[in-house]
Design a protein around this ligand. Structure first.
Ligand code: NAD
Length: 390
């Protein structure tokens, strides 16, 4: 347990529930936004009655002007944030509204960072490196999800080195977040799986993190229960509004939890897979989860035994170690049920890359809160186990 002295960070206003997107125009006006850059991608921009259309309608109704950047890429690249910065400056914009999943939010945050803190974002990788406030930022979330609409993390990929890095700062936290589950009803099955498993990992890692505290514990427990009971249903039938709503609540809880208790080796290693092979982040996390947590058990077996119970396993009469192993089994079962493949081979991973990826994973900001302190050789072994899995 971390020392009982910590700060707890999240956006000051968080709109949640079916239909809340209609409030964005008034809220932008209240914040004094005159011309936000809408940061999104072409697919979301083209969706009839989708998140972008509804955001723009609400802005128009409130008399707020805007300009649209529609070139966000998955695993957003430095070129994306530079393009947003250019548009911001050339169009006389004064604020940013991100509409999409983690990639849109991180692109908006990244652009905000270089607009006020200097052009070379690679120099700002790390924790609390930002001196200046970003322009006002609202995040409209469309996946459940990364939690990025609530967090102090901006995850950017350097397209030249294929290195995915994180800028972690309280200054990155959006002023306002919107989570409207009706915007997620048409999220396709594969994306529901990937983003749902990302939320799951973001509830498990803070639960066993060295920085966990009673507030984040309660968020992790509730998030895990919600995901355990609703992710399979959301994957099986995307139009199940109840399952979608619970998944949004879970992703918000997990986002708040990891924003404050941090993550661990799953994310540190998943960033290497994402950067190297441009693979979906949630899939990378889900593929690594059981192997990292099996490795972590000896650092905090009690926490893993509790996780088994939280996931609905019967641990009565079992030793702590056996109960902890049940948690890993339950994680594998969830992945299996929602269609995550077994091996990182499926996303193109190659053993010859493991050494460099292991070195970089240990430097990733998420590595420091992992409960067990590993060596490069340990991380290589975990990559290998996730590769060998049948
Ligand atoms: P994403 O934002 O990359 O989106 C993936 C695809 O889904 C896009 O093509 C997008 O058009 C589509 N999409 C989004 N919403 C949709 C909707 N409602 N309906 C249909 N299609 C939709 O996916 P993501 O998983 O949300 O974000 C992943 C990124 O977030 C990764 O780069 C990851 O590293 C980052 N991340 C950031 C944080 C953070 O706190 N900053 C946390 C975790 C992950």
């Amino acid at each position: 347990m971390a020392e009982r002295s910590y700060d707890f960070l999240m956006p000051s206003v968080n709109f949640f529930g079916p239909g809340v997107i209609s409030k964005i125009g008034d809220r932008a006006k209240m914040l004094g936004m005159k011309k936000p850059v809408i940061v999104t991608d072409k697919f979301l921009e083209g969706l009839k009655d989708g998140a972008v259309e509804q955001t723009l309608d609400s802005l128009k109704a409130a008399g707020v002007d805007y300009v649209v950047y529609n070139n966000v890429e998955p695993n957003p690249k430095i070129r994306n944030i530079k393009e947003v910065k250019k548009l911001y400056e050339e169009s006389g914009a004064d604020s940013i509204i991100t509409v999409g999943g983690g990639s849109a939010h991180d692109t908006g945050k990244g652009a905000g960072i270089i607009l006020t803190n200097g052009d070379d974002i690679t120099k700002l990788a790390g924790i609390e490196t930002l001196d200046k406030a970003l322009p006002p930022l609202i995040a409209v979330n469309t996946t459940a999800g990364t939690g990025s609409e609530l967090t102090r993390h901006a995850v950017i990929t350097n397209e030249e080195t294929h290195l995915k890095f994180v800028v972690v700062s309280w200054r990155n936290i959006p002023l306002v977040s919107f989570n409207d589950p009706t915007l997620m009803l048409d999220v396709p099955k594969g994306l529901t799986t990937a983003t749902g498993m990302d939320a799951f990992v973001q509830a498990v890692e803070p639960y066993v993190s060295v920085d966990h505290n009673p507030i984040t514990d309660s968020q992790c427990v509730e998030a895990i229960k919600l995901i355990e009971t609703s992710l399979r249903e959301a994957v099986a039938n995307g139009h199940n509004l109840d399952a979608r709503t619970k998944m949004v609540e879970a992703e918000m809880l997990a986002g708040m939890a990891f924003n404050n208790a941090n993550l661990g080796y799953v994310h540190a290693m998943a960033h290497q897979l994402g950067g190297q092979y441009d693979a979906p982040h949630g899939v990378c996390c889900a593929l690594l989860l059981p192997y990292v947590e099996e490795y972590n058990i000896i650092a905090c077996p009690d926490r893993f035994a509790q996780l088994a119970e939280i996931m609905g396993e019967n641990t009565e009469g079992l030793s702590t170690r056996d109960a902890a192993e049940l948690a890993i089994k339950a994680m594998k079962q969830l992945s299996e049920d929602v269609g995550i493949p077994h091996s990182i081979k499926k996303i193109g991973a190659k053993p010859e890359d493991f050494e460099l990826m292991a070195e970089n994973a240990l430097k990733d900001g998420n590595a420091f809160s992992n409960p067990r302190k590993g060596t490069k050789e340990d991380i290589i072994k975990i990559f290998q186990a996730a590769y060998d899995a049948e």
